[in-house]
Design a protein around this ligand. Structure first.
Ligand SMILES: *Cc1c(COP(=O)(O)O)cnc(C)c1O
Length: 385
């Protein structure tokens, strides 16, 4: 079924694959037995390019306890689309927007007392209570109350003061790992700091409903990081966050996104012909060259020029020459049947390998698919939008 929207480039979003990954991660966190682990689904950055509204609604339907976004505007989009489960805002929200946090019932991350005081004041003026999660910096060096050797006492006092502020309801404590995908020792150091903070705060009478620190790599590799809530992002979208989990292949994850583009024309070109800006490719034989209607403005990294292989009729075909803003060229000499109107799979699985070719990470590949590229949703094997 071809839709008018799919004339150039589009992504298929497989909500069944999302459901599969959701259940796979649930099973993975349950496998050790013990207390149930809640799932906070990462839908920041338009759900890593997959479409926040569709993904947020699906995760809510599947039973996710909470969602997380980067900024207030992303939370508002979800609320306006009918998402009712708790939403955590990970980034700082300017105090001028405190009323919106309250109106849209968004849980705000607080990583310093100054923001806490300002939000408390705003909540009191509004006559409401704002839910917050407290962020600890155990070694990421980005946001949060500092918890490391020498800073603990100050931080305990600040968090006690924060929890005593009127108008705020502290419901979680969390931290973020800097190297969960590579350095075990540093991850364990951060883990020890987090545990120490949790214990110290509990001794000071501060007990919170949610404790979380595991992004995908920690979810898949370190069960001790699961606490009572996990925060997977890239694994929900079907990609392994690190080589170890990818080699293990467990739990099995299924890519949710497939990036596709149309063949707009096919021509036979002579040996010696040069292709594209900078003439970076020269044909060494007579070749059939297909033009694909996708380029770097659609989010296809230009750094994949002369490196990526797209699939046509299931067969890999090399991209030749530089990827342009709106188009690129593929060698389809091996496939005489390729014609204008055919669909190329630009990428679906193996994104970690493609990301490496592009000099980036899988997360960036999926996030950068631009707004010009329509998202086409599939559920129960059927196209839904
Ligand atoms: C993005 C993010 C995550 C999810 O990371 P993945 O590696 O995609 O699983 C978790 N926690 C925080 C604070 C994040 O910013």
């Amino acid at each position: 079924m071809t839709n008018k929207r799919e004339t150039r480039a589009w992504v298929d979003i497989d909500l069944d694959a999302l459901a599969h990954n959701y259940h796979a991660i649930r099973d993975w966190t349950r496998r050790e037995g013990g207390d149930p682990v809640k799932l906070l689904g990462m839908v920041k950055a338009n759900a890593y390019g997959h479409g926040a509204v569709a993904v947020g609604r699906k995760l809510q339907e599947l039973g996710a306890e909470m969602l997380a976004v980067a900024c207030l505007a992303e939370a508002v989009e979800l609320r306006q689309a009918g998402v009712t489960i708790p939403i955590l805002c990970l980034g700082q929200t300017p105090v001028e927007l405190a009323d919106d946090l309250l109106e849209y019932d968004v849980t705000q991350t607080v990583g310093d007392l100054e923001l806490g005081r300002a939000l408390s004041a705003a909540a009191q003026v509004a006559g409401k209570e704002l839910s917050i999660h407290i962020k600890l910096d155990t070694g990421m060096g980005r946001l949060g109350f500092m918890w490391r050797e020498g800073s603990q006492a100050t931080t305990v006092e600040e968090i006690k003061a924060l929890c005593a502020l009127p108008g705020l309801r502290a419901e979680g404590l969390y931290t973020h790992f800097a190297t969960a995908d590579e350095d075990v020792d540093y991850t364990e150091l951060q883990g020890r700091r987090f545990q120490e903070a949790r214990t110290t705060l509990e001794q000071a009478g501060i007990h919170l409903k949610n404790y979380h620190c595991a992004s995908s790599a920690a979810v898949l590799n370190y069960p001790w990081t699961h606490m009572n809530m996990v925060r997977p992002g890239i694994a929900l979208y079907g990609h392994y966050p690190d080589p170890a989990s990818e080699i293990r292949g467990e739990p099995r994850l299924m890519p949710v996104m497939t990036l596709k583009a149309r063949v707009t024309s096919v021509r036979t070109m002579p040996v010696g012909a040069k292709l594209g800006y900078g003439c970076t490719a020269t044909l060494t034989r007579e070749s059939r060259i297909a033009v694909l209607s996708i380029g770097y403005a659609d989010g296809l990294p230009r750094s994949l020029s002369n490196k990526l292989q797209v699939k046509l009729h299931g067969t890999p075909c090399p991209i030749l020459g530089r990827i342009c803003m709106d188009m690129c060229m593929a060698d389809v000499t091996a496939l005489p049947q390729v014609k204008a109107g055919d669909t190329a799979v630009v990428y679906d699985r193996d994104l970690n390998r493609i990301a490496e070719l592009a000099g980036t990470i899988t997360d960036e590949l999926v996030c950068r698919v631009s707004g010009r590229v329509p998202r086409v949703y599939w559920e129960n094997g059927t196209r839904i939008v």
